[in-house]
Design a protein around this ligand. Structure first.
Ligand code: ADP
Ligand code: MG
Length: 387
């Protein structure tokens, strides 16, 4: 179930590895084109961290090869480039700052160990702390930071090492719900190239690629271009993230995605589809009007009414469609619309009978604006510029 991953200017990261950990076996192959962000999406225990450990050099694969920009990092048997020499920056779930060093020294640590003089490394670290909005914490110790502040510092530290490849392991999952949106916005800037280049850019001018591990389809949508879906150590589906999550080809991915997605362009209080339909919703803080966006809502938030039913005055989306399909989905029946991006709605079997629904029946679908989240879509400007 593999859609072709879009081509960048060339393969940046090539991965074809297998490794066994206890009774678990990871066996995957994929490529990441230059400058693109790949999300690795899967439930707990599917092997996401094991994969990232292989890429970072913390775990040695038993079979296969990892190459970054043509340079072999692993080849079995033969090569294993150690962690510090891979040109890889790792951002983990927890910030993992060195507790006895100040914030500034934590960020300067990488540049220092790459041979930069102390005052240079400190100036560089200060510049990065400013970029991530953490300049004021420079003299603090990690213990004096909140979770969100520490994660900002960890982002600065990862970037200060000038990585060719960024690896992110569930970077938002340890944050409380108040801190996560701001850090998600910052990661978008980091991953979409919204942070200034120049001094902090790539020495060779190449766009930086990234692998983002997550169990949250929203993070994949907001931050990545492409996705591979992992189940029990195997890739079950891959391709552009919006395509894979909005039209999953495997039941497994559909279960993980479990969400309705409508793509379009962000507006003040919602999104406009390419077909011109307005979808009212609550925009995320980093939504910018006129930029690509996705409206995301759960099938349980979609109410199904008879066609032509009157609707109430509260802000909501009302769409006339037809029943495309009806399938049992646990205790509910999942209706797929023919007509509105194949939107799914969950109903009780009783209401399916009451409404006399069958494929082809005209229906009126309603979703409250408050149940619709509008997120920036990770449409890469670089990818657009290529085509
Ligand atoms: P994820 O990050 O997707 O939650 P992991 O890569 O951490 O998954 O783990 C995948 C599987 O490998 C799990 O079933 C886990 O129990 C097993 N595993 C991870 N590390 C070890 C280890 N050191 N020894 C034995 N089994 C391990
Ligand atoms: Mg993990």
């Amino acid at each position: 179930m593999t859609r072709e991953l879009p081509r960048g200017q060339g393969t940046d990261l090539h991965v074809d590895v297998a490794v066994t950990r206890g009774r678990f076996r990871l066996d995957v192959a994929f490529d990441v084109p230059e400058g693109r962000v790949l999300a690795v999406l899967g439930p707990n225990g599917s092997g996401k961290s094991t994969l990232l450990g292989c890429l970072a050099g913390l775990i040695t694969p038993e079979r296969g090869e990892i190459a970054l920009r043509g340079r072999t990092l692993n080849r079995v048997p033969g090569a294993h480039v150690p962690v510090h020499d891979r040109g890889v920056g790792l951002l983990a779930q927890d910030a993992l700052l060195l507790p006895h060093l100040s914030v500034l020294e934590n960020v300067a640590f990488g540049p220092r160990s790459q041979g930069l003089a102390r005052n240079h490394a400190h100036a560089y670290a200060r510049a990065w702390l400013k970029e991530v909005g953490a300049a004021e914490f420079a003299e603090r110790k990690p213990a004096q930071l909140s979770g969100g502040q520490a994660q900002r510092v960890a982002i600065a530290r990862a970037l200060a090492g000038r990585p060719r490849l960024l690896l992110l392991d569930e970077p938002l999952s340890a944050l409380d719900v108040d801190a996560a949106p701001a850090i998600r916005g910052l990661l978008r800037k980091v991953l979409r190239g919204g942070l200034p280049g120049g001094d902090v850019g790539e020495p060779d001018g190449a766009a930086r690629s990234a692998v983002l591990v997550t169990h949250d389809p929203l993070d994949a949508l907001a931050l990545a271009d492409d996705v591979v879906v992992l189940s029990e150590g195997r890739i079950v589906e891959s391709g552009p993230v919006k395509e894979v999550l909005s039209a999953p080809r495997t039941a497994f991915t559909a279960r993980i995605a479990g969400l309705n997605l409508v793509t379009g362009t962000a507006e003040q209080d919602g999104l406009r589809t390419p077909g011109g339909r307005f979808v009212a919703g609550i925009p995320a803080d980093d939504c910018v009007a006129g930029e690509p966006a996705v409206a995301v809502f759960a099938p349980g938030a979609v109410a199904v009414h008879p066609a032509g039913a009157p609707h109430t005055g509260s802000p909501r989306n009302v769409v006339d469609a037809r029943v495309g399909s009806l399938e049992p989905h646990g205790a509910v029946v999942r209706l797929r619309a023919a007509g509105w991006d194949g939107v799914a709605a969950d109903l009780t079997p009783a209401s399916v009978a009451d409404l006399g629904l069958e494929p082809g029946t005209p229906v009126r679908l309603e979703v409250k604006a408050t149940a619709v989240a509008i997120h920036p879509a990770a449409d890469s400007p670089r990818a657009d510029a290529e085509s």
